[in-house]
Ligand binder design. Sequence first.
Ligand SMILES: NC(=O)c1ccc[n+]([C@@H]2O[C@H](COP(=O)([O-])OP(=O)(O)OC[C@H]3O[C@@H](n4cnc5c(N)ncnc54)[C@H](O)[C@@H]3O)[C@@H](O)[C@H]2O)c1
Length: 332
Amino acid sequence: MSIRVGLIGAGVMGADHARILSREIPGVALQSVCDADIARARAIAEATGALHAGADPWAVIADKSVDAVVIASPDDTHAPLAKACIEAGKPVLCEKPLSQSASECLDLIAAEVKAGRRLVQIGFMRRFDPAYVEMKQTFARGVVGPALMMHNFHRNVCAPSNFTGQMAITNSAPHEFDIARFVLDADYQSITVFRPEFRDAGKAGAPVFMVLKTLGGQLVNVEINNNAAYGYDVRGELVGEKGSVFLRSPVHSEIHVNLQTITTYPADWRPRFAEAYRLQNSAWANAIATGKPVGASAWDGYAASLTAEAGVASLASGTAAKIALVAKPALY
Ligand SMILES: NC(=O)c1ccc[n+]([C@@H]2O[C@H](COP(=O)([O-])OP(=O)(O)OC[C@H]3O[C@@H](n4cnc5c(N)ncnc54)[C@H](O)[C@@H]3O)[C@@H](O)[C@H]2O)c1
């Protein structure tokens, strides 16, 4: 029996989920595609062979022919829709961020604790990226010794059209907050946000530079530059007392011409993390089949949202902001 999935949000990310779920994950059937723009829902349903197209996300969650849900609608819809999935007893793969409000995350966590089982997986797909997985495993084996620092760079060609003010911190940076926390296996105690001089400071996606401190005293720096112009580029380096692990992005060829070596950058995140998305969605389907949750939990979504919230406060105050998680429920 296939797992019948309902997809909510069929924009750039949702269309990619629809393609992956319908073509690349055995044991999954894309049952329905929902988008506020019904024409878009119909187009993606037709392209992927989904049975139904609609515009009402609540109807997808209530639909008895839907076993599990993927949420890829805008950020502010994630927590209410994911909470409704919990209440309907349906596993949900919810795109990041879980919410832009830590207290909304706690509300959802309370619902999941009440349900007594983990139903929410957050779309922090970097946890499945082979390069980050190797970095984490190398560190865990002690090859580079105790961790001192982790450097993270997140660069986009230009800020997405729907970007506003602080979304570099609340929308982009949660990936780095989560992956550094995952690789180091450490929670944060503080964050300080800096902004370089930028000719067009009012432009959506103005760059930010952040320094976080873990509870163990390691330093994590994060550059978010959504108007980097030259390409989509994610870099990372974990520095330990005995060496370092540097992230390599997949490059399949290089061109040698005119006394130069040329490699290319992707235009966005999809080619860079194609394997991570596929492995994430495959692991999610497998977790539903086996009843053994994997990947980032609602708790991890809360940790990232709390960090982002502190980051926004630090940007406003110009000083370090404290990060203090509430006590972790036994479910996580
Ligand atoms: N994991 C990742 O690497 C990654 C990458 C990109 C985007 N995302 C996340 O995915 C989400 C979508 O991003 P995107 O780039 O695809 O945006 P997008 O604007 O391309 O797509 C969003 C879609 O949701 C639809 N929509 C809006 N409100 C809706 C509602 N209430 N119900 C159903 N559909 C609704 C819109 O019509 C649109 O088609 C965002 O939350 C973003 O943070 C994650």
